[in-house]
Design a protein around this ligand. Structure first.
Ligand code: GLY
Length: 422
């Protein structure tokens, strides 16, 4: 099988490494990739938001399967173009990708499917903002305001704050830019990400993971695209994971089938385990980053065959997934000033070590690897348990040098110390 992966992050680097372990995968390509992915796959520079360009490349490479990593091409319908060209595609249609592309659509699907999620309201008129803010947050008996961009914002359109002025400023800024705002009630409790491979009706869950969205240790500072992740979750009972599949993921997949837009690809459920049970924070239409880096480090089943089975509607017959024992911890090394405007062009030393996945990296003409994005590298450690996996990840990180680079020191720490309870 020849597989073309679309994207340029550490998530796609992790997908390539896991695909390479599948004995049936005999050719790998990526577009556009980064400075690390060229060592694993043939690398092409095409416009990944163009269906025609991706189809052209898939034909040139002779792809049997196209795996689309990021949400933007999916929301733009690149998956539909690939399928229309007769090539198997792992990634939902434009219609089904609205589960991530429009939070209002996701809320509507969840309501129809009877899935528990935060109370919410869309505000698209600045004149209605103050009254709407009064119906949420501390004034309404809740811990904080949750203010989200209704559309795609790479994880950075969300502000969670008990400060009304900050909540209002974020919402007003989005409205000024012409973006509708979603106000939500705050869901208290540990959060988790559960990825499921879906072929329309059949849902195959992967190991649950937890990511760290705030930039600083102890969950302080602004939201980012994700500063680290670990899997599996020692604090999540198997029955609760099974309940989430049965009560959240399967009903949403069935509702999308009922609406005539079946979901084929990776359905990402972000949940909070509140005192009254699991509730959905968000759905995404693709593998999460950086959770994927941890989850795939533990996958023992052949990834290419799994994604091909999903893309061709044959998941029901796929053997039960096998997982490696132990745990995986991913720590993101970010550029100076991220999640603000990151400083770029710094030379990175040690980026070619094992367990180092590239994201915002580029190769300079003189061969040096330099930073080219906010999240620069994902460093993945594995071990018999979370403590060992953390030690492995931070040990590897210690061999890397990026001027001004920063990372969180507490990825997976609370779980390793048994401090998370549901
Ligand atoms: N880890 C958050 C995301 O992928 O959206």
């Amino acid at each position: 099988m020849r597989v073309l992966v679309i994207g340029s992050g550490a998530r796609e680097h992790a997908l390539l490494l896991a695909l390479r372990r599948d004995p049936q995968v005999e050719g790998l390509a990526i577009a556009p990739g980064n400075a690390g992915t060229g060592a694993v796959a043939d690398q092409y520079d095409v416009d990944i938001s163009s269906g025609d360009a991706v189809v052209g490349l898939a034909r040139e490479f002779g792809a049997d399967l196209v795996v689309i990593g990021p949400e933007v091409p999916l929301v733009l319908g690149v998956g539909d173009a690939v399928r229309a060209a007769g090539i198997a595609c792992f990634g939902p249609s434009k219609d089904a990708a609205r589960i991530e592309g429009s939070k209002a659509f996701a809320k509507d699907v969840m309501a129809a499917a009877g899935v528990r999620t935060a109370r919410s309201e869309i505000v698209d008129n600045p004149a209605h903002l103050d009254a709407a803010l009064d119906r949420f947050g501390p004034g309404a008996g809740e811990t904080a305001w949750v203010v989200k961009d209704d559309g795609l914002a790479a994880g950075k359109g969300v502000v969670v704050t008990a400060d009304r002025t900050a909540a209002r400023a974020h919402a007003a800024g989005l409205l000024d830019d012409g973006h509708p705002v979603l106000l939500e009630s705050f869901l208290d409790g540990p959060e988790l990400s559960l990825f499921s491979v879906v072929d329309g009706r059949t849902v195959v869950p992967l190991l649950a993971a937890q990511d760290f969205k705030r930039v600083g240790d102890g969950d302080v500072g602004p939201n980012t695209g994700g500063m680290g992740a670990y899997a599996p979750l020692p604090w999540l009972p198997d029955e609760l994971a099974a309940r989430i599949v049965a009560e959240v993921v399967e009903p949403v997949a069935a509702e999308l089938v009922r609406r005539g837009s079946p979901f084929t690809g990776l359905l990402y459920a972000g949940l909070a385990i509140t005192s009254t049970g699991p509730a959905v924070v968000e759905f995404n239409c693709r593998f999460g980053d950086p959770e994927t880096q941890s989850v795939l480090a533990l996958l023992d089943s052949p990834l290419g065959q799994l994604l091909h089975a999903a893309a061709t509607g044959e998941l029901a017959g796929f053997p039960a997934l096998r997982w490696r024992d132990g745990a995986a911890v991913t720590v993101v090394l970010a550029a100076e000033n991220y999640p603000g405007r990151p400083r770029l062009g710094d030379v990175i030393a040690g980026a070619d070590l094992d367990g180092v996945l590239h994201a915002g990296t580029a190769r300079r003409d003189d061969g040096a690897i330099v930073s080219s994005g906010g999240r620069v590298l994902s460093v993945v450690g594995t071990g018999a348990d979370l403590t060992a996996a953390r030690a492995d990840a931070y040990d590897r990180l210690g061999s890397i040098r990026l001027p001004g680079g920063h990372f969180r020191n507490d990825i997976g720490l609370a779980a390793a110390e048994g401090k998370i309870r549901v």
